[in-house]
Design a protein around this ligand. Sequence first.
Ligand code: FAD
Length: 371
Amino acid sequence: MDSLDILIVGAGIGGLSAAIALRRKGHAVTLIERDPQWSVYGVGIIQQANVVRAMQQLGVLDAFLDAACGFDAVEIFIPDGTKIARIPAPRLVEGKPANVGIGRPALQKVLADTAQTLGAIVRLGLTVATLDDDGARVDVGFSDGSAGSYDVVIGADGVYSQLRGMILPEAEQPQYTGQAVWRYNLPRPAGHDALQVFNGPTGVGLVPMSKDLMYMFVTTSEPGNPLYPRDGLAAAMRGKLANCAPFIRQLGEQITDDAGVVYRPLEEVLVTGAWSRGRIGLLGDAVHATTPHLGQGAGMAVEDAIVLAEELERNDGVESALAAYRERRFARCAYIVRASLAICHGQLGIGPAVDNHRATGEMFAVVSQPI
Ligand SMILES: Cc1cc2nc3c(=O)[nH]c(=O)nc-3n(C[C@H](O)[C@H](O)[C@H](O)COP(=O)(O)OP(=O)(O)OC[C@H]3O[C@@H](n4cnc5c(N)ncnc54)[C@H](O)[C@@H]3O)c2cc1C
């Protein structure tokens, strides 16, 4: 099918990737985003080899790599700070780095600039009020009182997806896992050329994300999902490093700005049934929000976008295209959610401990397969 009118709800990584992939296939795309500021928090994100490949498929690889910091290995450390392994990551694009770290605002800028240059219309501060799929078109009423009519509507509206609630009210709901992640940007030391993972009761990672910057992530057990006031967040994050290797505690002394700390409870959801109803489909965290233990949540959303665009091109009908898209994506996304959750449960002591080294190698093997 060509030249469909498509509405995408949610202009995060998944929605923007879908806008790019669908515009490149010649569809008319409108993106709506609830947040009037379209804000993105300032720490970074790991994008692994499959995402580098996906960025090439989206036609944004050069801009993406220019904004990112490439690296080719994951280094594993034990709690006393000794390095026990350097796992090479597979390169999936000839001559380009295997993995990258990139600031989330920088990634959003690359994707948003490309989507808009390609002609996607972005409307901010807007959400969906009503949806009426009559089998031929979807009539949409927006929160500002305006209306539109589309061939396809895609919900890329995140883990608490409004659209999932509207079309699949019986689907699985997000669950809090018992863990949270603290993140903070730090100067990147010379020679730091890998994702460094420090195992132990408190998991810590250091991710290069630009020439001068890296970010630290700290994964902690947070029973009862406590609320941490913004005032004092930096001291609270430093306190979480008390039992870590001396090198990490020393780095932690630089965590001083409450506003620079990004704290997120970890939630997960995997929709095991259909990912669509009629002409309305879902992608990204709306159907498979994972904990970040394998660093693949956004990667799965980007891949979803490419496969969705391919299936809309390949199939004669919207409903069969949405079903084919879900068929191609489910196994890989379910693997990422379940394997990540197994690591989380092992760390919490509510499941068998998972060997990070082995799990990372297995994940690379899975995501290296073509999408
Ligand atoms: C602590 C942490 C660390 C992570 N680290 C990594 C990592 O290193 N690598 C990785 O690949 N992934 C990582 N992830 C996962 C990654 O952030 C998500 O998988 C990814 O952001 C999902 O993209 P999305 O577009 O589906 O959803 P989102 O990023 O949630 O975007 C949804 C967008 O929709 C908008 N929206 C929501 N509701 C509505 C509505 N009703 N109407 C209109 N707009 C709406 C939101 O404002 C938002 O802009 C991490 C996640 C966490 C929590």
